[in-house]
Design a protein around this ligand. Structure first.
Ligand SMILES: [Fe+2]
Length: 307
């Protein structure tokens, strides 16, 4: 078990490592991994091997490189480990229900994987804030535009850049521009309704569902059943008012997309996608980094503690 590896962590003289030492080792490994990805990226770029297909898709080679960068971002954030992977799975399932062509599904798959790549520019401390303040929120809301900017520097097709830019817009158009005091405004606040690419509307629903059903440093996760009621409420569909008390129906999400997600759940297709949540996300990280220490220096997971 990974927790046994921690218990045995010793320095070259055989003395047990302190928690601080272990965190420093973890930070060094993350820095090395990031450097390697950056170097890899530079080598490919300099050699001019960026290959785009003629139909506006990214080549598999190029996508894998960018996915590597997205994965590194998640290693900096223990709370969102596997987030992009899950969002991609949910998004692709919805895309199929909504009748997207295979070509469109391929684009959706890539955009979903890269949707949060703008977080590349965050300092490590930004991932572990437990009480977000105004500055933190302001910085958080820059990531869709930063993601688009980054992807453009990589010469990624315009359609994918656009899907990333608009994955936090609201269907009803409430935004940081026209309603900055709203608790959950859309951003960057440039478009609404069907002007928002369908792929971005799909990613928005998948993203919110995953955010609601996983723990974050600043909030506890909610059961999937309640998260679905919340999605329905936020798409002005019939919902269980007792499950979500003191809130009114709104139109944050495209109802057609939420209905597609609900139909997948009804069909039972989500079971296999969600069952991996029972496992421990820290173990995945521990496997690759040989350490399981969260930023606060304790191991919160039942599996890691083997209880
Ligand atoms: Fe995002």
């Amino acid at each position: 078990m990974a927790h046994a590896k921690i218990a045995k962590a010793k320095d070259s003289k055989g003395e047990e490592l302190s928690l601080r030492n272990r965190i420093e080792i973890l930070e060094r490994k993350l820095a090395t991994a990031e450097k390697q990805i950056t170097q890899y990226h530079r080598i490919i770029y300099v050699q001019g091997r960026l290959i785009k297909t003629k139909d506006g898709q990214i080549s598999n080679h190029e996508f894998e490189r960018l996915r590597g960068i997205a994965d590194v971002i998640e290693t900096r954030d223990v709370y969102t480990k596997g987030h992009s992977e899950r969002v991609t799975k949910y998004a692709v399932m919805m895309g199929r229900v909504l009748g997207l062509s295979e070509q469109e599904i391929k684009l959706l798959h890539k955009a979903a994987h890269l949707h949060d790549i703008g977080k590349l520019y965050w300092d490590s401390g930004h991932f572990t804030v437990t009480k977000p303040n105004i500055e933190w929120i302001k910085r958080f809301r820059e990531h869709p535009i930063e993601g688009e900017i980054f992807l453009k520097t990589q010469k990624i097709p315009e359609n994918i850049c656009r899907m990333v830019r608009y994955h936090h817009e609201r269907f009803d158009g409430i935004s940081i521009i026209n309603n900055p005091t709203h608790k959950y405004p859309g951003y960057p606040g440039e478009i609404s309704g069907e002007e928002i690419p369908l792929e971005s509307r799909i990613i928005a629903v998948a993203d919110s569902f995953d955010a609601m059903t996983t723990n974050r440093p600043y909030k506890k996760k909610m059961p999937a059943r309640v998260a679905f009621e919340e999605l329905k409420r936020c798409a002005a569909l019939d919902y269980d008012e007792e499950a979500i008390p003191d809130k009114k129906a709104e139109m944050q999400f495209d109802p057609r997309v939420v209905e597609a997600f609900i139909s997948i759940r009804r069909a039972g297709s989500m079971h296999s996608e969600m069952s991996h949540r029972v496992g421990c996300p820290y173990l995945m990280r521990a496997d690759s980094l040989n350490l399981i220490v969260n930023p606060e220096g304790y191991i919160p997971c039942r599996n890691c503690r083997n209880i």
